[in-house]
Design a protein around this ligand. Structure first.
Ligand code: MN
Length: 293
């Protein structure tokens, strides 16, 4: 059975995160509410942005997170990261950083030094994945998923290939460890291809077109830069026709049916827990960044 396309939404407005990431927030929005996208919480797309060379890397300084995971997928350029768990890392093209903030992490996100020095194009996605109540106060964790660890599956019909970051597709398992069922596929689509995509049924599934042009189920056109289509929970396939080389991110997961209380970098279940998070951060209980950058 074919999945229904529930709508196509674009993001008209951009904003800066720090001075390094020029993003469009694809959700949450008034249409794509927490309930419609659960277990995902937020999707920011930093479309290709050209940066001139600089000796002072641009970025977002020290800030906390609690209660969920941040997933950073880099398409172009390089991002450097440090956190209170002592996890340094550089995320380059094709790499994914999967940070489980859980009970609390303090970190910074910068453009990588050498990238900043030469200048260039940065393109990346940051996705927030919710944690179930039972995991929100678990110890933090950190996974670096290098490009070569992420398996690729050829799509039929000359449509390109899919990189399996998390979950399973066509018998191929993605390397990311998740706490609830989450599937995340990075599709590199080729002009002129057509394919039937087998997708998980029962959960929330969204197709996010970073850029390019495709038609879904012969009727729904996704094109331009940054357009997202939520799909119905029923059914397990979608047909795709690719009109030009395109980047498509497939997100699918079992909804977490628990209340959400969100404030800035904290996502908990109750207001009381949010207040506790702010208090714990102020008291230094989420740790600190050690060495000077
Ligand atoms: Mn952050």
């Amino acid at each position: 059975m074919t999945k229904k396309v529930l709508g196509i939404y674009e993001s008209g407005s951009t904003h800066w995160v720090g001075n390094a990431f020029h993003v469009r927030t694809m959700f949450p929005t008034h249409r794509l509410t927490h309930q419609a996208v659960s277990p995902f919480l937020l999707l920011d797309y930093a479309g290709p942005t050209e940066f001139p060379a600089t000796e002072r890397p641009r970025g977002v300084g020290e800030h906390p997170h609690r209660g969920f995971e941040t997933v950073t997928i880099v398409y172009q350029g390089k991002v450097a990261h440090r956190d209170s768990g002592g996890n340094p890392g550089v995320v380059g093209p094709g790499d994914v950083q999967w940070m489980t903030a859980a009970s609390g992490v303090v970190h910074e996100e910068y453009q990588e030094q050498e990238f900043a020095r030469t200048g260039g194009t940065l393109e990346m996605v940051q996705l927030w994945v919710n944690l179930p109540k039972a995991r929100k106060m678990a110890p933090p964790a950190y996974q670096t998923l290098l490009s070569e660890q992420i398996p690729a599956v050829q799509l039929g019909g000359g449509a390109g290939f899919a990189r399996i970051i998390a979950g399973e597709w066509e018998g191929e398992q993605g390397p990311a460890r998740t706490f609830t069922p989450v599937h995340l596929y990075d599709l590199r689509l080729r002009e002129g291809g057509t394919a039937d995509l087998r997708l998980p049924s029962g959960g929330n599934t969204l197709l996010f077109l970073l850029r390019g042009s495709v038609t879904l189920n012969g009727a729904h056109k996704l094109e331009g830069e940054a357009a997202i289509a939520p799909l119905g929970r029923e059914g397990d396939d979608v047909s795709i026709a690719v009109h030009e080389d395109s980047l498509l991110l497939v997100l699918s997961g079992a909804p977490i049916e628990e209340p959400i209380a969100a404030y800035g970098p904290f996502v908990m279940n109750t207001q009381r827990e949010l207040l506790q998070a702010m208090e714990d951060y102020r008291a230094g209980k989420m740790g600190h960044l050690m060495a000077a950058r």
